[in-house]
Write a protein that binds this ligand. Structure first.
Ligand code: ATP
Ligand code: MG
Length: 391
């Protein structure tokens, strides 16, 4: 079946009252960005519905794969369009549609007609029974079930007639760009890309920051983070990735602070720098992939110590999830295979054998004081040499 058009269903943005118009507009913009490059398309809005119409040839798989990445869409219905708003035309189009999709199968169906075009003389109920009758006649394997049909044949009579029965599940959430912007601390691991995906799904635009430690971490480790950012950007749209050279700060911490506290102190400086970059780039919050108890630096005590340097809200959508639950999402969104590539991360190199699991803030602050004479200059240098990659 060759589909010329798609009905795009959205749920949550429909509940936004007066803002609904803005949400719809942003969603249309996101859709057009996602489908750009896949063919010529036009997008029409009509009474709370969005129609995507193909103006040129396109690949069905590519298009639906892309539409499934647009936050704000709950369902994608491939539709056939009948231009003649007239019973005979509707009937033959509906019957041939059913034949092509379900011919030869033993299935139950129900016709669900909707008439918004009041110039069309038949009522919805009449259409239901008339079309149902002709489908039964033309497809001997089919029978009617009005309660739990296998196939719901939708017929919408507007200024044209739309016929569809299939709904491809969309990503859900809200369109990116309807809820501000946040800075994602993106490492090469499994959790942070998932965290970015989850917050972006709520309509939040993303920027990202990666702390690099050359030559202790390789060019390949950095490329892996760029690759992950690209996959997340497939959903979230354009991401500016800030790459911070963190080596000197890490070496100073390693040299001057107790090794058991390395990770906590390092994490505090990461948050400080991330927050600075967030402020400079109009972000309202930070995002991390932290999850309670996953590692020593993510116990409640550790998280509290890390969080203490933040004045901005920090969103940690993986916080209550088990590792397997995070892995499941990363597989579903396509980041898992890249995340498990074995390239070292700055946290894995400068790691203590026995990290504190119950750090005490005052003790950590006293250890940090040992960096007093160098840290300002090192922070300035790190911030001054940020490399920005547009993803
Ligand atoms: P992840 O999959 O996010 O790497 P992880 O279990 O390895 O998870 P940690 O290394 O403890 O977690 O880091 C916790 C969080 O801190 C990460 O989820 C990420 O948001 C941030 N983070 C850690 N290392 C870096 C880094 N090198 N650059 C940017 N952010 C980082
Ligand atoms: Mg990590």
């Amino acid at each position: 079946m060759e589909y010329k058009a798609f009905l795009i269903k959205y749920a949550e943005i429909g509940t936004k009252g007066k803002n609904r118009y803005v949400f719809e507009e942003v969603l249309c913009k996101r859709i057009s960005e996602h489908v750009a490059g896949l063919g010529e398309f036009s997008i029409r809005r009509e009474y709370g519905r969005i129609f995507l119409e193909a103006e040129s040839a396109y690949d069905y798989e590519d298009l639906t794969t892309e539409l499934k990445k647009v936050f704000g869409i709950v369902g994608i219905c491939p539709i056939v369009v009948e231009e003649h708003v007239e019973f005979e035309a509707i009937k033959s189009r509906a019957v041939s549609y059913m034949q092509e999709c379900y011919g030869g199968q033993a299935l139950t169906f129900k016709v669900n007609a909707r008439r918004t075009n009041k110039a069309f003389p038949m009522h919805s109920m009449e259409l239901n029974s008339e079309i149902g009758h002709f489908v039964l006649e033309a497809l001997p394997g089919m029978s009617v079930d009005v309660h739990t049909p296998d196939v719901m044949l939708h017929i919408e009579v507007r200024d044209r007639v739309y016929i569809y029965s299939e709904t491809i599940k969309g990503a859900g959430g809200l369109p990116v760009g309807t809820n501000g912007k946040a800075m994602l601390l993106l490492s090469g691991g499994i959790d942070s890309p998932v965290a970015g995906y989850m917050i972006s799904k709520r309509g939040v635009e993303l920027e990202a920051v990666y702390f690099n430690a050359p030559p202790y971490t390789s060019e390949r480790a950095k490329q892996k983070v760029i690759d992950l950012a690209k996959i997340v950007a497939g959903y979230a749209g354009h991401i500016r990735l800030h790459i911070v050279n963190f080596t000197d700060i890490q070496l100073a911490i390693y040299e001057k602070c107790p090794h058991a506290e390395l990770t906590i102190i390092m994490r505090r400086y990461m948050m400080k720098i991330a927050q600075h970059l967030a402020g400079e780039n109009q972000c309202q919050a930070l995002i991390t992939g932290e999850s309670i108890g996953q590692v020593a630096s993510q116990t409640m005590h550790s998280l509290a110590c890390t969080n203490e340097v933040c004045t901005m809200p920090v969103f940690r959508p993986c916080i209550g999830m088990d590792k397997q639950e995070i892995v499941d999402i990363s597989e579903q969104i396509g980041t898992y295979e890249t995340s498990i590539q074995p390239y070292e991360d700055c946290c894995t190199i400068f790691v203590a054998k026995h990290p504190v699991t119950k750090p005490v803030l005052d003790v950590i602050k006293r250890s940090e004081a040992k960096l007093d004479d160098v840290i300002d200059e090192l922070m300035e240098k790190a911030l001054g040499s940020v490399e920005v990659v547009d993803i």
